[in-house]
Design a protein around this ligand. Structure first.
Ligand code: NCD
Length: 478
């Protein structure tokens, strides 16, 4: 069983094979192969192309389709949590779910709580992997290959999920040149282009001679901040990019996920009849790509991906040569318990705070002790208490270099450092207010972070995929 939540849930080989299958299907009659299967198509946000093409693709394969298009008339309007709606559709017989939702991470959450495959048809500003698949199919169809592509993304690169997914997908291909054309307020969030060599420009006409494809986008008005400030900014930025036949002096292909916005049209309708206009064909390709994807998932020919299971941190031992002597050298001599050494000066209180130690607890705390290695260090000790693995993981989150000494009968029994587990559950709170886990959204999705890198520490919210550095970590109140 395979869910497609992010484009990174597929390998380059799988993407290429899906493109071949979709291009084949474009020439074939539909097969009606999956007559006993049911698709739940739940679109919490407006959609024409993604929803219709997903549902028609399902019908071409013989599936029955149930669901809703917009929340009007459903119990979502009565305030039903996402999890309840999802479980109901599962109970009513869905074998596969297509979900579009305004919250980032909603589709990943759905995949976590249901044991049927989930296709992300857009989660807030985060991602839209099936759009990327049909985009890559169109590029292959028009240019013969994706490697060596030169592409400019134009417009709303901040809130546009289609460009986020496509840029991410293009990382799997070779020698890609990317131009980003956007005003300052709509720049692409750094984490999507981290480590990539991209070019920036604010002017459409400057990039056209340098690229094979112009990927135009709609300004996502609905995701701007509410109120006059958002209104004012929208007024300003929505006038910036307006492509006309006069711009198209080269063979550059024009793509757009659509819809375009008629009040400030970003591609003039006169462009439609030019050979440069690929966007109508691009939208049509969505039908065959979604058919290919549904068929691969339902036939089980996409092997299940490895899911990282939450685990405790691992312990990295440091040598205990003579436990008794080592114990005597420690600033505090405990008979039994845990002594945490080599905490950066002044940070001992963070350790106490992550462990929820209050003034009533028994602990020892020394600050700014001279240390050869650090200049100054803090030390925290807990007499008669050996910290649990969960507690040690918390310490590693705030002070990864600290040395943990477990003392038994006045001897250092064990000494070492804690290496964070790959998946961290509950400890860290996602600060993105549009994340499905954010308490203000009342979806009760658990907090879950993946450790992307240990040094420097970078975590990524498992749901909305936004990274945080050690300085940005907000520990959850447990
Ligand atoms: C896009 C979307 O919903 O993200 N549309 C689509 O799926 N083809 C782009 C948009 O709404 O601007």
């Amino acid at each position: 069983m395979r869910s497609i939540i992010s484009i990174t849930d597929l390998s380059r080989e799988e993407i290429e094979s899906l493109i071949n299958s979709a291009l084949e299907r474009k020439k074939l009659k539909p097969s009606k192969f999956f007559q006993n299967k049911v698709l739940a198509s739940l679109f919490y946000e407006s959609s024409t192309r993604t929803r219709e093409s997903t549902e028609r693709a399902a019908e071409r394969l013989g599936l029955r389709v149930m669901g809703f298009s917009g929340i009007e008339g459903t119990s979502v309007q009565k305030g039903e949590p996402l999890a309840d709606t999802l479980r109901m559709y599962h109970a009513f017989g869905a074998h596969i779910l297509a979900l579009r939702h305004p919250l980032e991470g909603a589709a990943r959450y759905a995949a976590d709580i249901l044991d049927i495959p989930v296709i992300n048809c857009g989660d807030g500003s985060n991602s839209h992997p099936t759009q990327t698949l049909l985009d890559l199919m169109t590029i292959t169809e028009k240019l013969g290959s994706i490697d060596n592509l030169r592409i400019a993304f134009v417009g709303d690169l901040k809130y546009g999920r289609t460009v986020h997914s496509l840029v991410t997908g293009l990382r799997m291909f070779k020698n890609i040149t990317i131009w980003l054309v956007a005003p300052d307020s709509l720049k692409m969030p750094e984490h999507f282009i981290d480590g990539m060599a991209v070019h920036h420009s604010e002017h459409l006409q400057d990039v056209i001679p340098n690229v094979d494809i112009l990927y135009m986008t709609r300004i996502q008005r609905e995701r701007f901040p509410q109120g006059p400030e958002g209104e004012f900014e929208f007024e300003r930025v929505s006038k910036l990019y307006h492509l006309t036949p006069a711009h198209l002096t080269t063979a550059v292909g024009v793509m757009h996920p659509l819809p375009r916005y008629k009040h400030r049209i970003e591609i003039s309708l006169d462009v439609d009849k030019l050979p440069n206009a690929w966007y109508l064909e691009q939208a049509h390709n969505g039908l065959f790509m979604r058919e290919a994807l549904l068929s691969r998932i339902l036939s089980g020919s996409l092997p299940a991906q490895q899911i990282e299971k939450p685990s405790a941190g691992t312990w990295k031992d440091l040598p205990v040569i003579d436990g008794e002597k080592q114990s005597q050298r420690l600033v505090y001599r405990l008979d039994n318990g845990t002594l945490i050494d080599h905490i950066h000066t002044g940070k001992g209180k963070n350790v106490l705070s992550v462990l929820h130690v209050d003034a009533r607890a028994t602990f020892v705390y020394a600050s700014n002790i001279k240390s050869k290695r650090y200049g100054g260090k803090d030390i925290v000790g807990f007499p008669d208490k050996e910290l649990t693995e969960q507690e040690l993981s918390k310490v590693a989150l705030v002070e990864p270099d600290a040395t943990i000494n477990i003392i038994r009968d006045k001897k250092v029994h064990r000494k070492g450092k804690v290496v964070l587990p790959k998946v961290i559950e509950k400890l860290v709170e996602c600060q993105n207010p549009r994340c499905v886990t954010h308490p203000s959204q009342h979806e009760f999705a658990p907090q879950k972070f993946i450790v992307v890198s240990h040094d420097p520490l970078i975590l990524k919210c498992h749901y909305c995929e936004i990274p945080v550095t050690r300085e940005q970590i907000k520990l959850a109140d447990l």
